[in-house]
Design a binder for this molecule. Sequence first.
Ligand SMILES: *Cc1c(COP(=O)(O)O)cnc(C)c1O
Length: 343
Amino acid sequence: MKLCELEKASLGIFPTPLQKMENLTKEIGCGDLYIKRDDLTDVGLSGNKIRKLEYLVAQAKAEGCNTLLTFGGPQTNHGRLTAAAAVRCGMKCILILTGERPDYMSGNLLLDKLMGADLYFTTGDPEEAAKKVIAQYEAKGDKVYVIPTGGSNELGAVGYIQMVPELMAQCKEMGIAPKYLVCGSGSQGTFGGLWLGAKYYGAPFEVLGVTINPATPRTPDSCAEYINRMSEMYGLGVTAKGEEIRLFKGNREENYSGVAYNTPDPVTRAHIALLARTEAIFLDPCYTGKVFHGFVDMVKSGIIPKGESAIFLHTGGIPALWTKEHLDSFQEELWGEGSSHTI
Ligand SMILES: *Cc1c(COP(=O)(O)O)cnc(C)c1O
């Protein structure tokens, strides 16, 4: 199967903007710093999952499915965007969410409900839960298309392979040649797709990943395998070796991925505040705040060499700012005595 033969549903608005971060560049010094705004893909307050879903939903439709099912934590952005894609395509959406049902409906859960998604919480095996739910829907005549966590299989990642020519054209148009593109690495469809796309299309930038979840960091070797599987599947002629895959998690002093997945931490919050204060662009506390911490540290510590310009990929996730746990921690920091005035 060739890349250009793959069907694609139209869900987002592309190209997403590529912007220079003037104030941040001044503040932390270095070469010019840019931001690629995949938080502005439009539908359902999007983010990076929409590029993947364009390919996955096209396949669901081609297979005659009327329902999308996917997995995630209760605050999954991927789940929210699967619900949004289902709305746009006139399909039903089922989300299998791992963990207890929170008492308070905040962040993405509110948006999932507003879009009419069916939510199923489980503390057991999500695959088993999905099997049961699918049987119920199929008994009613629905046909369910199953999307893996994060939309990160060989098909979903094509969305990010294909972001590379979009970004190369933007750089050319702006007359700039950044040497690095920094993105988050969770389920790795984004990083894997970009890495493969950069090699296949001969991009002038190297793709660097920042690990998001300290508990389950994907290894460079498993990432290289994923890339090689895709390269073979689409006949791209690229071979990745584990030692070429550059994933960063920081060190003891600068630990980018924080304490745990989706657990509030003050360093991530400080970096969210930094970009808000310098560029009026908002990051989220679960993913992009951590990746931006990595980006800033890579600039300051010379991993991105002095004078070289670099692009930060904003992958969305903003609704997490308004989840109960994160709001409570911001509350302590920003809403204490003397933090605002009444006259
Ligand atoms: C899912 C997600 C990521 C990670 O992308 P992967 O392709 O899973 O590695 C990064 N940022 C946000 C906001 C996300 O929702």
